[in-house]
Design a protein around this ligand. Structure first.
Ligand code: TXA
Ligand code: MG
Length: 352
């Protein structure tokens, strides 16, 4: 398949390329597009054949349901059984934006899109290119993140090209994304609204709108006996090729511990890497040391995390150590992704 790459700035909303991208979707094709979180791999959400094409392009198991992206509120009710008061409140507070809601699906949504579930995930992105594209596509775009299965979600068109060239009809290049981690997912079909995947919209933010919000117990823990409620969370998703370990503790001891490991590994001929922060990156002796951002600015870390994981793959680093992050606010989403990438390998120096 020939993949057309098109650059679209936020100011070119009515461009003929967006119309063309929309037409591709309506004819059953695939288009990768930017959103504020990560790039999506879009197909027609109401066409069962498109869902199958998406799974094939990603090499993704087809029991992993897709998020349906809409661009305006009036398009919600046709695809769900009911729009409750709580759903309306959350939509008012956070849409368009990085929040996905799980709702009971209507008959309009094929089971191919929902991975056989009676529920559907819905999100209204705030990215202007995404909105114009969804509109041109007819209103309902099913899109997982635009990475090949098992790789970090793409935060720039460059990574979409790496993963999906020749597998999709078009890639809309809107530059770097704003947030860098996938949307917060909240299940609205349970007794209490339940966070299934942490993201930019935090529990504290949700609790300002709804009285009480629960968290899926499997979200931050390594306990694999319990199945996560978002089927996609069970796969070892954000895994770098190198062996990643997180080291938690005070700055001084963490630097010392990681450097000790690095010296030992280098003697064995192993290529080592460190995920550090702006304040510490110069202190490490790894072969490849990268700052993921500034601890005072969590968004800078969210934005860089996947890029750095991809960099370590490219440089074929064998063993990677990462500093640990505070799990309040956006830090919870950062640690959730980092822990998954590490297969939950974390060393707590305070406990040694
Ligand atoms: O920010 C995002 O959400 C990005 C952009 C492109 O919008 N999309 C994204 O899609 O991250 P994906 O497919 O990589 O992740 C969707 C997650 C998966 O873990 C999936 O299992 C879960 O949402 N999910 C989808 N439908 C669900 C449902 N009906 N019930 C429970 N979980 C669901
Ligand atoms: Mg994904």
């Amino acid at each position: 398949m020939k993949t057309q790459i098109v650059q679209v700035g936020q100011q070119h909303m009515e461009s003929e390329w967006i119309q063309k991208a929309g037409a591709i979707i309506q004819m059953g094709g695939l288009v990768a597009f930017p959103t504020e979180t990560v790039y999506g791999l879009g197909g027609d959400a109401l066409n069962p054949a498109s869902a199958r094409e998406i799974y094939a392009a990603k090499d993704r198991p087809s029991d992993n349901p897709l998020i349906v992206h809409i661009y305006r509120m009036e398009d919600l009710s046709p695809i769900v059984k009911e729009v409750s008061e709580s759903v309306r409140k959350l939509a008012e507070a956070f849409w368009p934006g990085p929040l996905t809601l799980i709702l009971q699906k209507s008959e309009l949504v094929p089971y191919e899109t929902t991975g056989g579930l009676d529920t559907v995930a819905v999100r209204m992105p705030s990215h202007k290119v995404a909105q114009a594209f969804i509109k041109a596509a007819g209103g309902y775009v099913a899109a997982p993140s635009a990475n090949r299965s098992g790789r970090p979600s793409p935060t720039s068109a460059k990574y979409v090209i790496e993963d999906l060239m020749g597998r999709v009809d078009m890639i809309l290049d809107g530059g770097d994304v704003e947030i860098g981690l996938e949307s917060t997912i909240v299940d609205m079909t349970t007794e209490e609204p339940t966070i299934l995947r942490p993201g930019f919209v935090t529990r504290e933010m949700l609790e300002k709108v709804l009285q009480s919000v629960e968290e899926d117990q499997t979200m931050m823990s390594a306990d694999s006996k319990q199945a996560p409620k978002a089927p996609g969370m069970k796969y070892r998703h954000y895994a770098p090729k190198g062996d990643l370990t997180i080291v938690d503790g005070e700055e001084g001891p963490v630097v010392e511990y990681i450097n000790e490991q690095i010296v030992r590994l280098q003697k064995e001929g192993c290529k080592t890497g460190v995920i550090a922060t702006d304040a510490t990156v110069s202190l490490y002796r790894g072969d490849v040391c990268k700052s993921v951002g500034n601890r005072e600015d969590e968004l800078s870390i969210a934005r860089e995390l996947y890029r750095i994981l991809r960099d370590f793959d490219e440089k074929e680093v064998g063993v990677i150590y990462s500093e640990s992050f505070d799990t309040s606010g956006l830090g919870q989403a950062i640690m959730n992704r980092l822990l998954k990438a590490a297969g939950h390998k974390i060393i707590h120096l305070n406990n040694i």
